[in-house]
Write a protein that binds this ligand. Structure first.
Ligand code: DAT
Ligand code: MG
Length: 171
């Protein structure tokens, strides 16, 4: 069959291969409004279609303690309490995507923090209106992404596997 020709007959795509060379990981959260507005599939679709590798996902009702730690850098901002309450107002979907430049590209795909500043075609530009309901979180540096992955996920929740599309995405 054609599909076997492309995949390589007998290759085991469940094998754990570890992190690819030159790749990095980003941490994404679909916030409670993104989930309630049924945008989970749309957001996953955008990351999948770009070609990024999906290595973890979890649906979770986050605790106040976890969210306060997650947003610790913003603890002195006037909107901090409201932000934690909003993030606790329903379940969230946390995800990890891995690939070349996924942190920077992921932020471009999200759009700006304030939705009116976000270009159409970005997630925030297309699907939301106010900063306090901006549907998605994504890290802006490799270091902070790694820190949040460690905060939200156990190492065994990250799943590595060989992608049969890799040689069609990278030259
Ligand atoms: P980002 O989520 O784009 O990384 P951030 O880290 O500066 O933005 O802030 C985290 C979240 O806090 C942001 O997604 C929405 C909320 N927030 C930021 N600025 C705000 C403001 N001026 N008023 C209300 N909420 C705000
Ligand atoms: Mg931020």
């Amino acid at each position: 069959m054609l599909v076997h020709l492309f995949m390589g007959v007998g290759e085991d795509y469940s094998v754990c291969t570890g992190t690819m060379a030159n790749s990095e990981r980003t941490f994404i959260v679909i916030k409670p409004d993104g989930l309630q507005r049924s945008l989970v599939g749309e957001i996953i679709k955008r990351f999948e279609q770009k070609g990024f590798r999906f290595i973890a996902m979890k649906l979770i009702q986050a605790s106040e303690d976890l969210l306060k730690e997650h947003y610790i850098d913003l603890k002195d901002r006037p909107f901090f309490a409201g932000l934690v309450k909003y993030m606790q107002s329903g379940p969230v979907v946390v995800m990890v995507w891995e690939d070349l430049n996924v942190v920077k590209t992921g932020r471009v795909m999200l759009g700006e923090t304030n939705p009116p500043d976000s270009k159409l075609g970005t997630i925030r530009g297309d699907f939301c209106i106010q900063v306090g309901r901006n549907i998605i979180h994504g890290k802006d540096s490799v270091e902070s992404a790694e820190k949040e992955i460690g905060l939200w996920l156990q190492p065994e929740e990250l799943v590595y596997y060989k992608s049969c599309a890799q040689s069609w995405i990278y030259e």
